[in-house]
Design a protein around this ligand. Structure first.
Ligand SMILES: [Zn+2]
Length: 346
């Protein structure tokens, strides 16, 4: 136990006793004087004493409680507004009922699980901490302050839809959230941005309040639309464009698949058909030469073709079809079907 108590600077253990599952240490402050937390004046004039009950890390399945007698001192500095103050300890924060090391451990537990689960774990570890207390400890944790931010993303989110909205700010380089602001109004956003003058680029939605907050706080920063809003804008424009092409008096009728296939006309079709005709005429000529008893080498030389082409022409029994399937064919069909419907369903 002396190892445990060695961590508590400024106190001495007077006695200890054991309850069912708790070990209680009675500790007294041994300081003769203490510095005023407001002005730093060293005071040795004691005002009174009182008892603080503090919880510490458990040992061997036993809860550890400290009954700590602390002193209150007068501050005799004439310029200080504090008249009476309580002595401070490095291992225990003011107004806390848990030692710093226990608080740190609880914060690590609650970070790795939700509060209810963490509360059950602390029960097993004999810390007996409610999930509300764990939640308070979590909120007390100081977040790391981001340094040298270059690119950030900013967007709003709903605490409660149509009621209360906040602002989420994300570091675009690390892809991690930096902070949450409790409002999406211009002032708090601008105030936060002013504290980070290193920001060069802000990705945002179409919100006017964000735009003016960025312009006011970071006039040098480039404002860009985020990817989601670009895609949404494009999709809305596409819908608008399609809607403009649909006639207002369009009557809804059942679409009947025509018996004959809907002709698909492309600009390249005439070129292809001309090429197919040339190849078919050449093939017929090659086959005629063969029937006349000419050799392949002679035909190739005469017609300025490769022997491979001559062989291919010999194999050809009908007019070739050089149409190639394209991934766009289904869309051509859709387009043709839409045209057909526009013409016939008004
Ligand atoms: Zn003072």
């Amino acid at each position: 136990m002396s190892i445990v108590l060695a961590s508590f600077e400024g106190v001495e253990c007077v006695s200890s006793f054991q309850e069912i599952d708790t070990h209680v240490f009675i500790l007294n402050s041994i300081r003769k004087s203490c510095s005023c937390p407001s002005c730093g004046h060293l005071s040795s004039r004691i005002h009174s004493r009182y008892i603080r009950v503090v919880q510490d890390l458990s040992i061997q399945q036993m809860s550890i409680h400290l009954q700590l007698q602390v002193k209150k001192f007068f501050c005799d500095s004439p310029t200080c507004s504090t008249r009476i103050f309580t002595e401070r300890f490095a291992w225990l924060q003011s107004y806390q009922r848990k030692t710093n090391r226990l608080q740190n451990l609880l914060q690590q537990i609650v970070l790795s699980a939700n509060c209810v689960t963490a509360s059950k774990v602390t029960e097993l570890l004999r810390f007996h901490t409610s999930h509300d207390t764990l939640l308070r400890l979590l909120f007390k944790m100081e977040l790391p302050t981001p340094q040298n931010l270059i690119r950030i993303g900013i967007d709003d989110f709903a605490f409660k839809k149509r009621n209360r909205y906040g602002t989420l700010i994300v570091d675009q380089d690390t892809r991690r959230p930096i902070t949450i602001l409790e409002s999406r109004e211009k002032e708090p956003v601008a105030e936060w941005l002013k504290q980070h003058p290193s920001i060069q680029m802000v990705s945002r939605d179409g919100s006017i309040s964000y735009a003016s907050a960025i312009s006011e706080a970071l006039p040098h920063a480039q404002q860009v639309a985020d990817r989601w809003h670009i895609l949404k804008g494009l999709f809305d424009a596409l819908k608008e464009s399609v809607n403009q092409h649909i006639p207002a008096n369009w009557k809804k009728t059942e679409y009947v698949q025509p018996n004959e296939p809907i002709p698909v006309v492309r600009k390249t079709d005439s070129l292809r058909e001309s090429h197919e005709k040339q190849v078919w005429e050449r093939s017929q000529k090659v086959q005629e030469f063969v029937r006349q008893g000419r050799k392949i080498a002679w035909i190739a030389r005469q017609m300025k073709l490769s022997r491979g082409t001559v062989y291919k022409d010999l194999q050809r029994k009908q007019k070739p079809d050089f149409r190639r399937n394209s991934i766009l064919d289904s869309f051509f069909f859709c387009h043709s079907a839409l045209e057909h419907r526009r013409k016939n369903c008004r």
